[in-house]
Design a protein around this ligand. Structure first.
Ligand code: CP
Length: 327
């Protein structure tokens, strides 16, 4: 399975080898990934305080630039920036002058004229965040909040943080990712993060139309039968069925998908006892996962969201060159 490259493997790092942009997990050094996860631990407790703020990014301005809808990513980036005391501009495509034909780079140049310090960008085109990072260089930080089917690095970071915190070392996990792997930037990013952290076994499960055999080139086991993919899995990661990215009829029906692959209590029982259930959201209840599993004792989907806020605080502070938080 070929991954997308944009001819700039080191674009995430500045001339001194410092992480300046977060564009993809692919190409990230293990030590930087670990530093983000360790820094996240220090930000997690802030949410429990009455005053949920640190002065870490006081005086900085960050732009949430979203050309695709989002609930979790957009809100947690906004809250993360605000809790770090940064000023935040929220711009969504439908309310911006891109609807009048203004280009992405012209939009960014105009915002740069307002002396902003960074962009968090979600865009339907793979490579959009790379384009911005190449354009801006070291003038402003860029975080990829999801680009087409390519990458969603902060989702992978919050996923591995959740696994590490709630299940134990990634090196000891057997991870089964189930559903629409083909269209999933979440799955690609998670596979890269798990691989960098030494996960010994990663399985992908779904119908042949959504889990093509080429995925094996990423070092994962490809499965089309839950009875083979789930036994022994300590982490079961259900993906959203991305109906908006399906250009052709890859499924007979949603009901059939649920019957054959949906994560039901019976299927979850095939996994290791106490296996954790993760999902990136938004969830199609009754399609890729049954409501009883989403709301059941093995589900950690809301912990993922909580961790996502702390991960994004860590990412923003590290990219801004402020590795810890001051009280
Ligand atoms: N997981 C995720 O990216 O969710 P949103 O689309 O709501 O941001």
């Amino acid at each position: 399975m070929s991954t997308l490259h944009f001819g700039d493997g080191n674009l995430q790092y500045d001339g001194q080898g410092r992480l300046r942009h977060l564009l993809s997990i692919e190409g990230l050094r293990e030590r930087d990934l670990l530093q983000i996860l360790d820094t996240t631990e220090s930000f997690l407790s802030i949410a429990q305080r009455t005053v949920k703020k640190t002065p870490t990014l006081r005086g900085r301005t960050l732009v949430n630039l979203f050309f695709e809808n989002s609930t979790r990513t957009r809100s947690t980036f906004e809250l993360a920036a605000k809790r770090l005391s940064a000023d935040v501009l929220n711009i969504s495509a439908s309310q911006s002058s891109t609807t009048k034909g203004e280009s992405l780079l012209d939009t960014v140049d105009n915002l740069m004229a307002m002396q902003v310090d960074g962009f968090i960008v979600r865009h339907p085109e793979a490579g959009a965040a790379h384009l911005l990072a190449r354009h801006l260089g070291e003038r402003a930080l860029v975080v990829n909040a999801g680009d087409g089917q390519h990458a969603h690095p902060t989702q992978a970071l919050l996923d591995v943080f959740t696994i590490r915190r709630l299940a134990g070392p990634v090196e000891q996990q057997v991870v089964c990712i189930l559903g629409d792997v083909l269209h999933s930037r979440v799955a690609r990013a998670l596979i890269h993060a798990l691989s960098i952290l030494g996960c010994p076994e990663i399985r992908v499960l779904g119908p042949r139309t959504l889990v093509p055999p080429e995925f094996a080139s990423l070092g994962v086991q490809v499965h089309h039968d839950p009875r083979h993919a789930l036994p022994g899995a300590s982490i079961v990661y259900a993906l959203r069925l991305q109906r908006e990215r399906m250009e052709s009829h890859r499924l007979p029906s949603l009901d059939e998908f649920h019957r054959r692959f949906g994560l039901t209590p019976e299927r979850l029982a095939l996994a290791a006892p106490g296996a954790l259930v993760l999902h990136p959201g938004p969830i199609n209840r009754g399609v890729e996962i049954a409501s009883t599993v989403v709301d059941g004792p093995q589900s950690v989907v809301l912990a993922q969201v909580e961790h996502g806020l702390a991960v994004r605080m860590a990412v923003l502070s590290l990219l801004a060159g402020v590795p810890g938080h001051e009280d």
